[in-house]
Design a protein around this ligand. Structure first.
Ligand code: FE2
Length: 311
């Protein structure tokens, strides 16, 4: 038997579940000097398969391309501050100061999305005289440095919201050639690694003991809700806090076994009357949560004037 047929025989016996086409490809890949023409190689494979009486069996189901989606779990007894919808550079400085200085010590600070506005790269109508992305980046970096300086030992987490996602979408549509260059990704432009700030992107939920933390844009079809807290309850059916809606709301239901599930939406820390929607029903706010082994104590705060109220 020639070397060619001997090699084909070996491959057919070794990969007995592979199709003629797959064996042909493997031979051409592994032995390019012997097998350099696809059709000729496939003829050898067919011929040898007949001689050996090896039936072609279906290949395994090919691997699927799956999104690396998982919930980030944090377990333990922690004091946590949740800030969302700051929309730098359209932030409300006074409200932000009140929220950040509400307590001196936190183990964890969660920046729960829309921390940066990314106005200039919005797909919506953009006023060309408004600030440039560069200025937004500089102001956001200043805020993050301030936060790190203030809470030197806290775990700071930055979960991207729909406004941070504007940057990724901008790259995809306007500069796809730059995708894959790490240096230009938003987390690197904001120096998050240097500041010791963890970043969670791609709509990944955070679970703090028994409380899910979402920005609020993770589900489709949840805009303009009368009660965002009830809206998110109907989706998650679990204790959940969201931002995104710029409105403080609380919702609780008891099940037949007497167990309570509670959801909250947290107010924003941005301009309440932005140019694109000066009239709305937003309010300023932030939240804190203390977690214990099997329970947690959640406080949803509203800021009215220069005072903080528990809702
Ligand atoms: Fe927002």
């Amino acid at each position: 038997m020639s070397l060619i047929l001997q090699t084909v025989k070996e491959y057919l016996q070794k990969f007995d579940r592979a199709s003629d086409r797959s064996i042909t490809r493997m031979l051409m890949r592994d032995k390019p000097l012997l097998f350099y023409n696809f059709e000729t190689t496939r003829r050898y494979v067919r011929k040898m398969r007949k001689e050996l009486k090896i039936e072609s069996k279906p290949e395994n189901i090919p691997e699927g391309v799956l999104n690396d989606f998982r919930t980030i779990e944090i377990n333990g007894n922690y004091r946590t501050l949740i800030l969302s919808d700051i929309h730098i550079p359209y932030h409300n400085k006074k409200a932000l100061e009140l929220a950040v200085n509400f307590n001196k010590k936190y183990d964890i600070i969660i920046l729960n999305g829309d921390i940066m506005d990314c106005y200039s790269i919005s797909k919506y109508e953009v006023d060309p005289e408004k600030r440039f992305l560069k200025d937004e980046l500089i102001t956001t970096r200043k805020f993050l440095s301030y936060l790190r300086e203030k809470f030197k030992k806290s775990l700071i987490i930055f979960k991207f919201g729909n406004h941070e996602e504007r940057y990724q979408k901008f790259l995809y549509y306007k500069a796809p050639e730059l995708v894959g260059i790490n240096e230009i990704y938003l987390e690197n432009l904001l120096n998050l690694e240097k500041l010791g700030i963890e970043v969670y992107k791609n709509k990944q939920p955070i679970k703090l003991n028994h409380l899910y933390i979402l920005h609020g844009h993770e589900y489709y079809g949840s805009s303009n809700l009368v009660s965002p807290a009830r809206g998110i309850f109907l989706k998650t059916k679990a204790n959940t806090v969201i931002g995104h809606f710029h409105v403080s709301s609380n919702y609780q239901e008891a099940s037949i076994n007497g167990k309570f599930t509670t959801c909250w939406s947290v107010g924003c820390l941005s301009d309440l009357h932005p140019q694109y929607m000066p009239l709305n029903r937003w309010n300023l706010g932030f939240a804190t949560v203390e977690t214990y082994k099997d329970e947690f104590n959640f406080n949803n705060y509203k800021i009215i004037g220069d005072k903080v109220f528990n809702t």
